[in-house]
Design a protein around this ligand. Structure first.
Ligand code: TXA
Ligand code: MG
Length: 342
């Protein structure tokens, strides 16, 4: 299959609109289109077409037990995929949509089973990025879209990342440059009381609490198989580079890098650590950003892991930022999952 690379010219709205229309046409015909959102690039297909949904799993090599998020552009579209909208969901939507918050809601019987992997709740979100909304509106369809990477790999934050995983496996990628947030949406189950966060993300627990009151974070018991978890993505090695990822306290980074002298290593290097000490130890460096700026760390995280992989390092050393508040919770979650052995 040939994958069309549809670059959107930021200075030419007419050109952008005609390429988005081309992509919307592919979606209407049952094809696969990767597209940028404010979080990461998604791999979209018509959520109401079982064959198109099956093709997403095939292209990503994603196991059928891991369900997909459905992306919508307005409330009538939402009502095509859910059976009801609880009052608390209305509050969350008023506050955080369009934006990087995914809600689990009771599914509509019209939705193909494989979207939710047979579960009774469907994950839905309304993305904020204008080109994503324009694509969904022009297609006129709810769009099922996981991150546009091969299963288990770091999520794509540029069209080049998408092509490196999926070139020849999908119909097209819409390219509007790097994504703004760089980490995926927060996954929240509002049908439970108190609501449960299954995946920390761009909307923080603290922000949710201001609107919804108590909100708890889910922690899977160790050793559970992912199929049986309430949200399968929470329990597995994920977002992982090919190299082995080793997490170290910031204070030990330089000493640990020196101890690895014999091996080819890469380092996710914060601005706070002087690079020359580590370069002397022969490490490949990715300049990650300041440890006081979580938005920068989030935006660069997956690009850094992919860049170091491309340099052929065997091990990536990465210091753990923050203490688990706000966006730091999501960054730490992705690093912990990427560093798991299985
Ligand atoms: O920011 C994002 O959320 C991006 C962009 C493209 O929107 N999408 C994304 O999708 O990250 P994906 O498939 O890579 O991650 C979706 C997560 C997985 O951990 C999955 O297990 C969980 O949401 N999930 C999806 N549907 C679910 C459902 N019905 N019940 C429980 N968990 C669900
Ligand atoms: Mg994903």
């Amino acid at each position: 299959m040939h994958t069309s690379h549809l670059i959107l010219d930021p200075d030419d709205p007419v050109q952008a609109e005609s390429r988005i229309a081309e992509a919307a046409g592919i979606l209407k015909r049952g094809g696969l289109v990767a597209f940028p959102t404010e979080t990461v690039y998604g791999l979209g297909a018509n959520a109401l077409d079982p064959a198109a949904v099956a093709a997403i799993f095939e292209a990503k090599q994603r196991p059928f037990w891991d369900p997909l998020i459905v992306h919508v552009a307005d409330e009538p579209m939402l009502l095509r995929v859910v059976s009801e909208i609880p009052e608390r969901a209305h509050e969350a939507m008023r506050q955080f949509w369009p934006g990087p918050l995914t809600l689990l809601l009771p599914r509509s019987p019209n939705l193909p089973e494989r979207v939710t992997a047979g579960r009774e709740k469907v994950a839905v979100r309304m993305p904020a990025f204008p080109h994503a909304l324009a694509l969904i509106r022009m297609a006129g369809l709810p769009i099922a879209a996981p991150s546009a990477n091969l299963f288990g790999r770091p999520s794509p934050t540029t069209a080049a990342h998408v092509l490196s995983d999926l070139n020849g496996r999908i119909d097209a990628v819409l390219d509007s440059g790097p994504t703004r947030v760089g980490l995926e949406s927060t996954v929240l189950d509002l049908t439970l009381n108190p609501p449960v966060i299954y995946r920390a993300g761009a909307v923080s627990r603290e922000q949710l609490r201001e609107v919804l009151g108590d909100v708890v974070a889910y922690h899977p018991a160790t050793g559970e198989i992912p199929e049986s978890l309430p949200s399968p993505g929470v329990g597995i090695r994920h977002y992982a580079p090919t190299a082995r990822l080793v997490l170290v306290p910031l204070a030990d980074l330089v000493a640990t890098a020196r101890a690895y002298r014999e091996k080819k290593i890469g380092i996710m290097l914060p601005d706070e650590v002087p690079g020359h000490e580590i370069e002397a130890a022969g490490a490949v460096i990715f300049r990650w950003g300041s440890f006081t700026e979580p938005a920068t760390l989030a935006r660069n995280l997956f690009a850094g892991l992919r860049t170091l992989d491309e340099c052929g390092v065997e091990t990536i050393l990465c210091p753990m930022p923050g203490e688990g508040q706000g966006l730091f919770a999501a960054i730490r979650d992705r690093l912990a999952k990427a560093a798991r052995e299985s």
